[in-house]
Design a protein around this ligand. Sequence first.
Ligand SMILES: Cc1ncc(C[n+]2csc(CCOP(=O)(O)OP(=O)(O)O)c2C)c(N)n1
Ligand SMILES: [Mg+2]
Length: 334
Amino acid sequence: MDVKEARARHEELGLGDDDLLRMYETMLLARRVDERMWILNRQGKAAFVISCQGHEGVQVAAAYNLRPGYDYVYPYYRDFGITTVLGQTPRDHFLSLLARKEDPNSGGRQMPGHFSSRKLNIVTSSAPVGVQYPQATGTALAFKVRGEDGVVLVTGGEASTSQGDWHEAMNFAGIHDLPVIFLIENNVYAISVPENLQVAGSIAGRAAGYGFPGHEVDGNDVLAVYETVKEAVGRARRGEGPTLVEARTYRLTAHSSDDDDRRYRERDEVENWRKKDPIVRYEHYLEEAGLLDEETKEEIEERVREQVAEASDYAEQAPLADPEEALGRVYAEV
Ligand SMILES: Cc1ncc(C[n+]2csc(CCOP(=O)(O)OP(=O)(O)O)c2C)c(N)n1
Ligand SMILES: [Mg+2]
């Protein structure tokens, strides 16, 4: 393929060279923040880590279609890529990981991965799997009632589609043609439970039962995800209703820092998926399109490295949350 042929793909999607490189840098930033979180965990400084590794392609490509601070996002715990595109910073992520007072998600009171920002319209999630779906659908109804063209993106893993909440939300969104995109990040596992013991039939295929489109997309192909979600966002903004997107990817780490995945999956399987790493695949595309060479790659890597080091040092020095704050904003103050 020559450079012109390679470039045709993103040009047809309306993406410029700057967009492509910005998406690359954001994916890399999410990956490097994640790797640093595991180091802090192994050093005994972070109690718990939940990872986005392997999901960066889905997350960055999907979120790149949104209007931050206008559209609403109901992310789930792996969505470091989505929240970083929207404007959460590595500092925000490390402050949350280390339960610092300044943590923008919850002031150090929630588990890591419970993203929240009033400014960016990121609505915090509760810990039970799947509760975000009816909430997101309610927000989509609000957009419709107000006659605004905002869209709602709600995400979850493949196992969350076994929950009643998911089906109730899908049904309600279908009835009322709501501007909501259900993005399922199918990473083949629900902790130790493999997809074949968790999901009957096809997730994407279920949308037909609720009367709206469902698409399965290769979640490790950044431009394919971008294209699919772009179409879904366009549909929602025009008032044409919801879309389900099932992005197929793979969880490259254990479920969390409290899990030992060697007990339930073969190393060969993980290694095979590593060869399909979305970041590496996207690098090949950028190289073919003449946008990335060794020098540019090193520059980007260096910028990311500095940002991650600065942010994690900052969070380590930052004061812990006050213990007496633990129940603050939980009960009404009389
Ligand atoms: C209702 C409920 N059941 C069980 C759990 C424990 N739990 C937390 S994450 C998880 C796995 C979810 O898997 P999936 O939806 O595929 O997301 P992934 O972690 O693979 O991204 C489980 C069972 C929970 N939090 N809530
Ligand atoms: Mg899963």
